[in-house]
Design a protein around this ligand. Structure first.
Ligand code: KDG
Ligand code: MG
Length: 402
């Protein structure tokens, strides 16, 4: 089953997406997401200029061998651009494999380990009152788990807050916007905010929070400890995780569960975090972590250490990634939770899909393959637009992690 054609489709139905399409000699088409938010064209070029010429004529059935060929064969290993490109090829090949067998992808991955996949939504607001309203809205939609981010008194902008009635969108057109940061303001605010949430919505709903890499380990330890009475489901990205051992310090101070990994791209980014049981959830996702093949290895390592998955699922990952993630989530034993930010109607019309949401849970559907398609003529109407993630500065102007 030779690969005879391949193309990279860059489109922007509200935001930018990069999609790889591989076609076999029998006419089976497979899709893979290759979107790297704010750096989309670098992955498109990596695929078009360096990978596609190597794929034509290869046997589409040899998924693991192709993964190793692209990873080891480049000599230059790891990194988000390389790993997103490899992920796109890997997912497209899994899509082809499952379509050639006429089954949904999760059947090829060992079958379903559960009936459906619990997902969490994103509540946010400029202040606590608005966030409470947004949180209640998610509960009325059936969500059993909701992430809560609120504006911070004294700061004119921060991470994760939607503009007006739009969902929070992790990218801005043209130049990067600037957010403001103050750890003191943040740490004063978040425990009170969570106390209000728990009081208002009772003990059952799962509450999540994303610190978005902004604290030092000892500050994160303090936050985790102060949140304990409100038993959050997790505290995400409490500190930048390049230095994996820094999580030891957080662990010494709190039993609040920790979730990390949306910016990681290989197993080596989380090996110590998992093996020392410094985290509870690994948040790597299909598109940035080398595809289904590599993410399964990470999940298998995590399973031994009782670390569960909690894949990233923001809107900057395309519906192709969302579909693939749901097959992974349904099949892997140590699934924890899946992030879900619904895409806009424009995006959904470019990427028709079989996956569904019902009552706080999702299912990838039973269409052959990953169950996500791309409407190419429609995609062509939405041209790429320059877009950047925001940057973040402390009140005195010092650059800080966003
Ligand atoms: O592209 C970056 C976003 O995907 C990220 O900021 C979103 O932190 C995020 C999350 O948890 O969804
Ligand atoms: Mg996050």
């Amino acid at each position: 089953m030779k690969i005879v054609d391949a193309k990279v489709i860059v489109c922007s139905p509200g935001r930018n997406f990069v999609t790889l399409k591989l076609i076999t000699e029998d006419g089976i088409a497979g899709l893979g997401d290759a979107t790297l938010n704010g750096r989309e064209l670098s992955v498109a070029s990596y695929l078009t200029d360096h990978i596609i010429p190597l794929l034509i004529g290869r046997d589409a059935r040899r998924i693991e061998d192709t993964w190793q060929y692209l990873y080891k064969g480049a000599y230059w290993r790891r990194g988000p651009v390389t790993m997103s490109a490899i992920a796109a090829v890997d997912v497209a090949l899994w899509d082809i494999k499952a379509k050639s067998l006429n089954v949904p992808l999760y059947q090829v991955l060992g079958g379903a380990s559960r009936d459906a996949v619990m997902v969490y939504g994103h509540a946010s607001g400029d202040d606590v009152e608005q966030t409470l309203g947004s949180f209640g809205h998610f509960l009325s939609l059936g969500y059993k788990a909701v992430r809560a981010q609120s504006g911070i008194p004294g700061l004119n902008s921060t991470y994760g807050i939607s503009h007006g009635t739009m969902a929070y969108e992790p990218a801005e057109k043209n130049a990067p916007p600037e957010n403001q940061w103050s750890t003191e303001h943040y740490l004063r605010h978040v425990p009170q905010f969570f106390a209000r949430l728990r009081k208002e919505f009772g003990p059952e709903v799962h509450m999540l929070h994303d610190a978005h890499h902004r604290l030092t380990p000892i500050e994160a330890g303090r936050l985790g400890k102060e949140l304990e009475p409100f038993h959050p489901f997790w505290l995400e990205d409490p500190t930048p995780a390049e230095l994996q051992e820094s999580f030891r310090l957080i662990r010494q101070h709190t039993t609040t569960p920790l979730a990390v990994g949306e910016v990681f791209d290989t197993i080596f980014d989380c090996q110590q975090l998992i093996q020392e049981q410094l985290i509870d959830y690994i948040r790597m996702t299909v598109v940035h972590a080398g595809g289904i093949s590599h993410l399964r290895k990470i999940a298998n390592l995590a399973e031994i250490y009782q670390v569960r998955t909690g894949s990233h699922g923001a809107t900057d990952l395309s519906p192709v990634c969302m579909g693939a993630a749901l097959h992974f989530d349904l099949s892997v034993h140590n699934f924890g939770i899946q992030e879900y930010m619904p895409h806009t109607p424009e995006t959904n019309s470019v990427f028709p899909h079989a996956y569904t949401f019902r009552d706080g849970f999702m299912h990838p559907g039973d269409a052959p393959g990953i169950g996500v398609d791309i409407d190419e003529p429609l995609a062509a109407k939405y041209q790429y637009q320059t877009a950047y993630l925001p940057i973040n500065r402390k009140l005195d102007g010092t650059m800080h992690s966003w």
